[in-house]
Design a protein around this ligand. Structure first.
Ligand code: SF4
Length: 251
């Protein structure tokens, strides 16, 4: 599913209410430094037709026009979410774009919450961390606790180290949402005890204010992937729930 506009929606969902989406990636392509086997946007190799990233100035024009239109029409907006065809923090204007978005939000829909879904690979850059700290919900992906399983599920395009990413996540002092996809296929299983235990230890180390656990929902580029039910995921994360962590489970 590709989004062709910088600003799209609002889309209504039970979880987020009326949500405006922002896509900081190319209009007709996907750009990501992961190539997750479950990515809704498909494989990187199939989405390389267009590589031009929208600039901060373009985002400002598009977002202000949309917010002004919605306000005029009386359309509610509960959240503004960065979740495009790829990784938003790869856009070099990302820090500036966050500043613009928060300013426009304050002007047009001060009650709307700004969320960013990111794969957390750019947290070594202070400007990216500072920008993410300013939004209401920085949602940081960590799908597996070992470099081996990350290489299978997320297929990083370059150097990736779970320990480095966990170290960078500590810059948030626990004030972030961690997002983890549970899935399995012949050859690997997120719920295998050695994987699950190591992942739970990372949650204990980072103490995020909330953990979102979810599974496959739509068609995936890789075939043969299996999802978990909500009940299965609840029982997998039960030790953390018992320890008082706030866990949102989406089956
Ligand atoms: S990090 Fe997100 S955009 Fe990138 S490949 Fe994975 S699911 Fe797709």
């Amino acid at each position: 599913m590709m989004r062709e506009e910088i600003v799209f929606g609002p889309i209504f969902s039970r979880r987020l209410g009326s949500s405006l989406g922002i896509n900081l990636l190319p209009e007709k392509g996907k750009i990501c430094n992961f190539d997750c086997i479950y990515c809704e946007c498909g494989w990187n190799k199939d989405g390389r037709g267009d590589t031009r990233l929208p600039s901060a100035a373009e985002l400002e024009v598009a977002l202000e026009a949309k917010l002004a239109d919605c306000r005029k029409a009386g359309t509610p907006i509960d959240s503004i979410t960065f979740s495009g065809d790829g990784e938003p923090t790869l856009n070099p204007d990302f820090p500036e774009i966050i500043g613009i978005t928060l300013r426009l939000r304050d002007t047009y829909y001060p009650a709307a919450k700004v969320s960013v879904l990111t794969n957390a690979t750019m947290l070594h850059m202070d400007a990216v961390v500072d920008a993410l700290k300013k939004v209401d919900n920085p949602i940081l992906k960590l799908d597996a606790a070992t470099d081996g399983l990350v290489s299978v599920i997320n297929q990083p395009q370059g150097h990736y180290s779970v320990r480095d990413v966990v170290g960078n996540m500590k810059k948030f002092g626990g004030d972030f949402v961690m997002q983890t996809m549970f899935l399995k296929a012949p050859g690997f299983d997120s719920s295998a005890p050695e994987q699950l235990d190591a992942w739970m230890d990372i949650v204990r180390e980072l103490r995020p204010r909330e953990v979102m656990v979810y599974t496959i929902d739509r068609e995936t580029p890789a075939k043969g992937l299996e999802k978990f039910t909500e009940a299965q995921m609840r029982s997998l994360v039960k030790p953390l729930i018992d320890e008082g962590f706030k866990i949102q489970i989406k089956g």
